[in-house]
Write a protein that binds this ligand. Structure first.
Ligand SMILES: Nc1ncnc2c1ncn2[C@@H]1O[C@H](COP(=O)(O)OP(=O)(O)OP(=O)(O)O)[C@@H](O)[C@H]1O
Length: 425
């Protein structure tokens, strides 16, 4: 295989999930320094492998070992937390319901997914009947996908992918729910993908399917690759592990799982870096330091890769934008903006926004007044029949505040008179 084109190259790829329970914690987790203390879970803990054109790679592992997370990164559905996932070609993932819009019909989903995969309207039309025929869905093709069984969803997903012509096809347990005839037909079709030089990743809990399809197997174990090699080498080891695991008592099994899950929570990139350093020292001490240096970037989280210059420019931009908005929307002077930079946020509470809108004579449904809020709109021209009290009530501010802002000595106003309406804080 070494002579074949590399289609997927994973270099120390990790995926971390934040186990934030509350919505506010989820927001905090985005800003790492602020979200410290929110528990992490590393579903993938630094895996490296290469896949080649024409290879069918089986991915095995117990529930929760990280198979789907890994393959979602191969499909580009989710980004690694650190490391690099290099994809050479187009991808198509078949998982039960993956990328389907439940409220749309099967036919509309075919169109949508095909468009997303870069097919033109003409190509879709040319292939539509074949896709529907392959799916065996008959009249159900015009029913919403939310009414489909998992087997029907899998059939639809498979049929779309068969005709998508992607270079890398990922089949994530999609064949475990179809009926035997459809499964066999799909497996035959998948073998043709291989002859066409596509790379296939195949997840299944069925050892028989695995043996029929894969020539190489990656065994995922609690976020790590435990083994990667020819099927004849990996499957017997995996079977041995399963037999051993199933012979354990309930308590022993729980202790085993707890130990590994705990390691997925306490994992760090520094730890991964250390393991890699040791591995390289053992493999070739002469080049270890140099290779580690070249690969430094693989051990840095993606959201930390932004350079200092970019960060400073971004911060200046955000501060300037907030300042400008304060000045324009709330009619503040620059001195005031500098003294009260948070006023934009505090004044933009929904009630304040409503007050501003009311002051400018608009409400949420008034589409005629689509003009932007500007500083000049803080001026108000008195209309026929209005009194200072009615203007104050409409603007949700006090009469005294208007009098003070306009240095009025009494409450008399005349039509056409221009008043400044202060923003109450
Ligand atoms: N969005 C998420 N937030 C938190 N944890 C997640 C999330 N997605 C997955 N996980 C966790 O990551 C681990 C790996 O999940 P994944 O679905 O990749 O496993 P799997 O090997 O495909 O499992 P299965 O065979 O059951 O489909 C699991 O422990 C799961 O609970």
């Amino acid at each position: 295989m070494a002579d074949k084109k590399v289609t997927v190259a994973a270099n120390h790829v990790t995926k971390r999930f934040d186990l934030a329970e509350r919505q506010s914690d989820k927001v905090k987790a985005v800003f790492k320094f602020w979200g410290k203390g929110i528990p992490n879970f590393w579903a993938v803990k630094g895996v490296s492998f290469e896949a080649h054109a024409g290879e069918t790679i089986g991915v095995i592992g117990t529930n929760g070992s990280g198979k789907s997370t890994l393959l979602e990164m191969v499909a580009g559905l989710t980004q690694p937390t650190s490391g690099q996932m290099t994809i050479n070609g187009s991808t198509s993932i078949i998982a039960i319901g993956a990328g389907m819009r439940p409220q749309l019909t099967g036919r509309a989903n075919i169109r949508l997914k095909a468009l997303m995969q870069g097919m033109t309207e003409k190509e879709i039309e040319a292939k539509m009947d074949d896709i529907i025929e392959f799916s065996e869905l008959g009249d159900f093709i015009d029913q919403p996908v939310k009414s489909y069984s998992s087997g029907m969803k899998s059939k639809l997903g498979f049929a779309i992918s068969v005709y998508s012509d992607a270079d890398i096809v990922i089949i994530d347990e999609a064949l475990s729910v179809g009926d035997p005839t459809f499964t066999q037909k799909s497996m035959e079709r998948t073998k043709r993908f291989k002859e066409e030089g596509k790379t296939i990743f195949f997840v299944s809990h069925s050892a028989a399917q695995m043996r029929q399809m894969a020539d190489r197997v990656i065994w995922m174990h609690y976020g790590d690759i435990r083994m990667d090699g020819p099927i004849d080498e990996v499957m017997p080891e995996y079977d041995r592990f399963l037999k051993h695991f199933n012979r354990l008592s309930e308590n022993e099994r729980l202790t085993y799982q707890k130990r590994y899950k705990e390691a997925q929570k306490t994992f760090t990139l520094e730890h991964l870096k250390q393991i890699e350093r040791n591995r390289q020292m053992l493999a070739d001490p002469a080049t270890a330091v140099q290779r580690q240096k070249e690969n430094q970037h693989a051990f840095v989280e993606d959201n930390e890769k932004m350079g200092w210059f970019t960060r400073v420019v971004l911060i200046i931009f955000i501060v300037a934008t907030v300042g400008l908005m304060n000045k324009q929307l709330l009619n503040m002077s620059w001195a005031n903006v500098m003294a009260h930079p948070t006023h934009l946020i505090t004044n933009f509470a929904p009630s304040k926004l409503a007050a501003l809108d009311k002051r400018h004579g608009r409400n949420g449904n008034n589409s005629q007044q689509t003009d932007m809020l500007t500083a000049t709109q803080n001026s108000y021209t008195v209309k026929e029949g209005e009194t200072l009290a009615s203007i104050a009530a409409n603007a949700n501010i006090s009469v005294a505040a208007i009098m003070q802002a306009n240095q009025l000595t009494d409450e008399t106003v005349t039509p056409g008179q221009v008043l400044t309406l202060p923003v109450e804080r």
